[in-house]
Design a protein. Structure first.
Length: 330
């Protein structure tokens, strides 16, 4: 039986090195026994003020980067979330299962809710995220630490729905990478490398940055006040972040082992810059080739949406029947 994996990325900014190492590279490296479902979560980008043209551009760019990173559409399902209406339909059923208190405790709402003109979707979107997960009977959801709470909510809603209305959903588990689950901002290593950061943010390496830009950002990365190269994420977050990046980009050995090979930050940064440029080069080349074939990309995404609907429809029908909704006359 194939191992089922699912993940979505919100097109809130151009994808970063963190998105590649923590997500896309893992998806592409998944074994042939993995049944992957990967989508651009464009509906999630509507929870805050946005520019429609920018959202469309970033949705397309993100989809191309999925494919350029090596996700094989012949053995995985890749699509745009809004092209599969079952996501929204199941989200409402889960809103009817969730409690106000648990949605109010979600970190995103606690941090951003309560401001003037806060959109209601910022409060309810965790139900949409739960629907994203539960529609595909996924047994593993690859996440970074900042997404744990959402997967836990999906698990809670699945268990509650199953207990109340009968067995309907597969209850998913969290799946973590060994390293680089959360690549830190090079300018502020206490924060994650965020695709939503300003376009020119000096600590954010974008997947489509040129080699010169990548090198400049890495060479300016914040390290520590001393000169010792050692791996200690708590007391030396800047250097540890660079070591984790190097290990994830093909460095031989763990971050701690790699640290023992350097006696200066400058040499470490040079090797990190080389490794990142080398890791991104083939992705950027494939991106350019895909960008030149828009018709092919359209066909791949349309086929992915069709496969997603074929898989999601029976789960939605099962949930509708369980909760008491009638079926339309044929």
């Amino acid at each position: 039986m194939n191992h089922r994996m699912l993940s979505g990325i919100t097109p809130s900014g151009s994808l970063t090195l963190g998105n590649y190492l923590g997500a896309l590279k893992r998806f592409a490296d998944a074994g042939h026994d993995t049944d992957g479902t990967f989508f651009v979560a464009d509906l999630h980008a509507l929870t805050i003020a946005h520019e429609p043209a920018r959202l469309r551009r970033l949705t397309r760019e993100t989809a191309l980067l999925f494919l350029a990173s090596g996700i094989d559409p012949d053995r995985s399902t890749a699509f745009v979330q809004s092209h599969v209406p079952e996501h929204v339909a199941l989200a409402y059923l889960l809103e009817c299962t969730a409690y106000v208190g648990e949605l109010g405790r979600m970190v995103q709402f606690k941090e951003k809710g309560g401001r003037p003109r806060t959109r209601a979707s910022l409060f309810t979107y965790p139900c949409l995220m739960a629907a994203d997960i539960l529609l595909y009977e996924t047994d593993a959801v690859p996440v970074g630490g900042d997404q744990d709470q959402h997967v836990e909510l999906a698990r809670d809603l699945a268990v509650r729905f199953n207990r109340t209305y009968g067995e309907t959903f597969v209850v998913p588990a969290l799946s973590r990478p060994a390293i680089a689950a959360r690549v830190a901002d090079l300018a502020d290593p206490t924060s994650k490398m965020d695709k939503s950061a300003l376009e020119g943010a000096s600590g954010v390496v974008r997947m489509l940055d040129s080699p010169d830009v990548v090198r400049r950002k890495v060479m300016r990365a914040v390290t520590d006040s001393d000169s010792e190269v050692s791996y200690d994420p708590h007391t030396k977050p800047g250097v540890s972040n660079l070591l984790e990046i190097l290990a994830s980009c093909g460095g031989v050995g763990s971050p701690a082992v790699l640290a023992s090979r350097y006696d200066s930050y400058g040499a470490l940064k040079q090797d990190v810059a080389d490794a990142v440029i080398g890791a991104l080069a083939p992705v950027q080349a494939r991106y350019a080739a895909l960008e030149a074939e828009p018709g092919h990309v359209d066909e791949v995404l349309a086929a992915g949406a069709r496969r997603a609907r074929e898989r999601a429809a029976p789960v939605l029908d099962r949930a509708r029947a369980a909760i008491g909704l009638s079926e339309p006359a044929s």
